[in-house]
Design a protein around this ligand. Structure first.
Ligand SMILES: [Zn+2]
Length: 251
């Protein structure tokens, strides 16, 4: 059985009051029926937001520039949607320099097998060690080109910071982009929710510490692994406050 089952999010209907994010998803014409909505959030960042709630898949992000970074390629059998959107942007797979995998669950990781051979896949060593315990499930996963550690990460012109944020999985990481005040959270936090802690290697106390840590960052853009993204410091702060009030007692 696949122990990394779908539904990574623990979400709740939290009263919203004034915490509505400035952007959820653009309204869709019913006929469009798109599974992925591609949003250019700002120059250099495209969000590929997964819209089908019956099929678990993650949001993916493209950090554009001379070197292109794909964050969380998602499920293998759903990667065609990303490909189509990359194609619309005029970007081919061999132009993706690096794929950053926030953590090793299949809905974030699996599609690394679909990337071009020249794309360097990276994740934390802790996470790689963890997924290798599930040999059958991950037998065909290529070894990462390099491992990510806590601290600065320079990829071409992009100056990023890796933050180790265990709890949802042992080697989960968040990626912070100081110049843009953008935070890629994987499944650590969502709009109104947090990552599950009942999957192998999950740990509620660790997750709580990780959330507290990233909540202190100066963040204008919260790029979550599933569901809505949040834009605006106040909306993001309110989201962390609601998460703390609603979830922390049970972690
Ligand atoms: Zn996950």
């Amino acid at each position: 059985m696949n122990t990394f089952a779908p539904s990574p999010a623990r979400t709740a209907k939290i009263p919203l009051t004034q915490m509505a994010p400035r952007l959820i998803f653009p309204a869709l014409n019913r006929k469009e029926n798109k599974k992925v909505i591609r949003v250019k959030v700002f120059d250099g960042l495209h969000a590929f937001l997964w819209r089908v709630h019956t099929q678990n898949n993650c949001n993916a992000y493209l950090i554009d520039g001379e070197m292109k970074i794909l964050v969380d390629p998602g499920h293998r059998h759903l990667f065609g949607h990303i490909l189509k959107n990359l194609d619309l942007l005029g970007i081919s797979l061999d132009q993706i320099s690096v794929a950053v995998v926030t953590h090793g669950h299949p809905d974030h990781l699996e599609a690394i097998t679909q990337l071009h051979a020249s794309t360097m896949v990276s994740m934390s060593h802790e996470e790689y060690k963890n997924i290798k315990k599930f040999d059958g499930l991950y037998a065909d996963m290529p070894e990462p080109a390099f491992f990510l550690e806590e601290g600065d990460l320079q990829i071409g012109d992009h100056r990023l910071q890796v933050m180790m944020t265990p709890g949802h999985s042992p080697g989960s990481l968040c990626l912070y982009w100081p110049d843009k005040k953008a935070l890629f959270t994987g499944d650590v936090v969502f709009f109104q929710g947090i990552g599950r802690t009942d999957l192998p290697g999950g740990n509620g106390k660790e997750l709580k510490k990780s959330i507290q840590r990233i909540s202190r960052l100066d963040t204008e853009y919260l790029f979550t692994g599933h569901g809505e993204i949040l834009i605006g410091k106040e909306a993001i702060k309110a989201n962390f406050q609601k998460i703390e009030a609603y979830w922390f007692n049970s972690l």
